[in-house]
Design a protein around this ligand. Structure first.
Ligand SMILES: CC(C)(COP(=O)(O)OP(=O)(O)OC[C@H]1O[C@@H](n2cnc3c(N)ncnc32)[C@H](O)[C@@H]1OP(=O)(O)O)[C@@H](O)C(=O)NCCC(=O)NCCS
Length: 142
């Protein structure tokens, strides 16, 4: 017998990425929920923006701004009490901008040690000067 159309689909467990850096861990709280009782997508986006800025900061060595969310996919809902791990890796270094990928994995509240990929995104950050205009990236990062 098949499940009803509205039955929740069991999410596939994933391995954590080995080619990305763990840049942030955070646990959403009851104040972060939407009307469905899941975590508000805007909260997830804000955390991804913070996590995504970690690697670019090493290149920009100063003030920077998020110029684009090139991709954002909510693959699975995030729930109160999930332990979220944000992984990031460099995609591109341009003249004034740095693009990174961010992937978010949830350890569910009652299933610690098993990971579900909940979000993937790509962000571009621009090094800016004191006037808020694009500034060339000079520092080479090992
Ligand atoms: C960031 C900002 C200074 C860039 O100014 P701009 O005049 O658009 O700059 P440019 O067109 O010269 O582009 C600068 C870099 O951003 C990149 N860029 C611009 N728009 C982009 C987009 N939609 N996607 C990806 N990269 C983009 C350019 O390719 C360029 O990178 P490169 O020099 O490495 O090749 C300006 O857009 C700005 O102030 N935006 C608001 C930033 C902000 O408030 N962010 C927080 C939002 S909540």
């Amino acid at each position: 017998m098949s499940d009803s159309p509205s039955a929740p689909v069991a999410a596939t467990l994933q391995s954590l990425p080995v080619d990305m850096e763990l840049v942030l861990k955070v646990i959403p709280m009851p104040g972060d929920v939407n009307a469905n009782g899941d975590i508000f997508g805007g909260w997830v986006m804000a955390q991804c923006d913070l996590a995504g800025s970690v690697i670019p900061a090493r290149y920009t060595q100063g003030r920077m701004a998020t110029v684009a969310v090139n991709e954002f996919v909510f693959k699975q809902p995030v729930r109160i009490g999930d332990i979220l791990s944000f992984y990031s890796k460099l995609v591109r270094v341009g003249r004034t901008s740095v693009t990174v990928m961010v992937e978010v994995f949830a350890e569910r509240f009652q299933a610690q040690g098993a990971y579900v990929k909940v979000t993937q995104a790509t962000f571009t950050y621009v090094a800016i000067d004191d006037n808020g205009r694009p500034r060339p990236i000079e520092a080479a990062v090992a």
